[in-house]
Each structure stands twice: as structure tokens, then as C-alpha cells.
Design a protein around this ligand. Structure first.
Ligand SMILES: [Zn+2]
Ligand SMILES: [Zn+2]
Length: 244
């Protein structure tokens, strides 16, 4: 998917601890080059910031001890680096929507590991503004949530408790891309950018907000704050990749 080389999925990728699900999408040499940084404990029990050190246990980071973000518990399928970063970029900016499949599968694993204590969770993908959706043609967060759900249904049949709501949370204001923004600029940029159109679908629900990347958390916190204001009982956040 990256270099255009033919991929022999039967050929093992030696010495590279990358998730198996990427095998049909990247050749062994690309996987070897990009590598993988898994999202694993120890991390902040709230915002999911990863701690690097073997002796540490999960605990609250300094920032969450002070003022925890509205985004609730933030959990990820991997760190925003290596093959995860590559896959998210190819999905988002090159329209390789097939990558939502392995990414969704990894997000389901992360959901099961870290958020499965939620009874009847409602997945809410972070929406795009209609003009951006028109330009890109798809909402990557919706594709990730949908594939996560489909995977859960194919594994668990009718037993899957996951459902998606992609209509109740909307982007009411167009915001410029914030790739080069500072933390404060990002917060200002997304302020009041979301609206809840169907309060009755959100009220009392345990929401899992789904997004592709968690960077400073400005977008997810703003969206989560809006959902809480609409009466959601709790909001947690699940992303494909979490930046450091
Ligand atoms: Zn390659
Ligand atoms: Zn934290």
C-alpha cells in the first residue's frame, strides 16, 4: 500500500512486532522500516498519556490530577507513530479507506481491553463539517467506528452490545485545519464547534467518542463536553492512534 510492491501474505515478517492485521496492506520491508509502538500500560488512567518506564503502574498524570479533560478515559489502538501513523495518513489523506478495516479491528481489541466495562455503550464518531465531508468524501472516524462494530458483530453475532450513532453529534461550525496550531490555539479553534441535534438519543447514554487521532485532545474534549451537556451519563474516547 505504500511502496507498490507485491505482498506475499504468507511470507512471515521476521523480527518486527507489528500487528498481524497490517500484513495484507504493507510489505515486510515497509513494516520493518516503519515499526510499531503499541498503546500499552503504564499510561495515565484518565488521558492515556503513555509513561515510559517498566516499574510504573497506571496513575493520573500531572495534568489530569489538576483538571481532567472532558474526553474521559482516552484509550488507543496504538501510538501515533510507525505503522499506525502511516495507516492513518494513508486512510485520511490518500483515501485508502480499506485501512479502516485493520485499524477498526485493532480499535476493537483496545475497546475490549480498556473500555468493555461500559454497559450498552454508544459509539459516536467525531463528525466533520459538511463542507469538509464533501471535500474528503468520507469521515474517517465513522469508517473506523463502523468497522469496529462490524468486527464485533462478526465475532460475537447478536451478542455484540455496541451500537453507532452518527447523527446526533454534528459539527455546527467550520474550523480551519489545526495541524500547526499550539494547544491554546487548538482549544480556541474548536470552541463551540459541535452541537447535539437529538438530545433524546444521547441523554443517559454511556458514550464512546471515536476519532482517528488524539493529539492535544482539544477536539475530543470539546465534543465530549457538548455530549455531557446534552445529558450523556459518561463519555470516554477511543482513537486509532494517540500522539505522545
Ligand atoms: Zn512496501
Ligand atoms: Zn492524564
Amino acid at each position: 500500500m505504500k511502496c507498490g510492491r507485491y505482498i506475499d501474505v504468507k511470507r512471515p515478517v521476521e523480527g518486527v512486532p507489528v500487528p498481524e492485521v497490517f500484513r495484507p496492506y504493507f510489505c515486510p520491508s515497509c513494516l520493518k522500516k516503519t515499526g510499531h509502538d503499541p498503546f500499552e500500560p503504564p499510561f495515565c488512567s484518565i488521558c492515556g498519556m503513555k509513561f515510559y518506564g517498566d516499574h510504573l503502574k497506571n496513575h493520573r498524570c500531572g495534568r489530569c490530577l489538576g483538571s481532567p479533560p472532558d474526553a474521559g478515559r482516552v484509550r488507543a489502538a496504538g501510538m501515533y507513530d510507525g505503522v499506525m501513523k502511516e495507516a492513518v495518513h494513508l486512510l485520511k489523506y490518500s483515501g485508502r479507506i480499506g485501512l479502516a478495516l485493520p485499524l477498526g479491528a485493532l480499535m476493537l481489541d483496545a475497546y475490549r481491553r480498556y473500555l468493555s466495562d461500559l454497559p450498552l455503550p454508544l459509539l459516536v464518531p467525531v463528525p466533520l463539517h459538511p463542507s469538509k465531508l464533501g471535500y474528503r468524501g468520507f469521515n474517517q472516524s465513522f469508517l473506523l467506528a463502523r468497522n469496529l462494530c462490524r468486527r464485533a458483530v462478526s465475532d460475537e453475532g447478536g451478542g455484540s452490545k455496541l451500537s453507532i450513532d452518527c447523527h446526533s453529534l454534528v459539527r455546527s461550525r467550520k474550523t480551519p485545519s489545526q495541524t500547526d496550531f499550539t494547544v491554546e490555539q487548538r482549544k480556541r479553534n474548536v470552541k463551540d464547534a459541535f452541537d447535539v441535534t437529538r438530545t433524546d438519543h444521547i441523554r443517559g447514554r454511556r458514550v464512546v467518542l471515536v476519532d482517528d487521532v488524539y493529539t492535544t485532545g482539544a477536539t475530543c474534549s470539546e465534543a465530549a463536553g457538548r455530549l455531557l451537556k446534552a445529558g450523556a451519563e459518561s463519555v470516554d474516547t477511543l482513537v486509532a492512534a494517540r500522539a505522545f
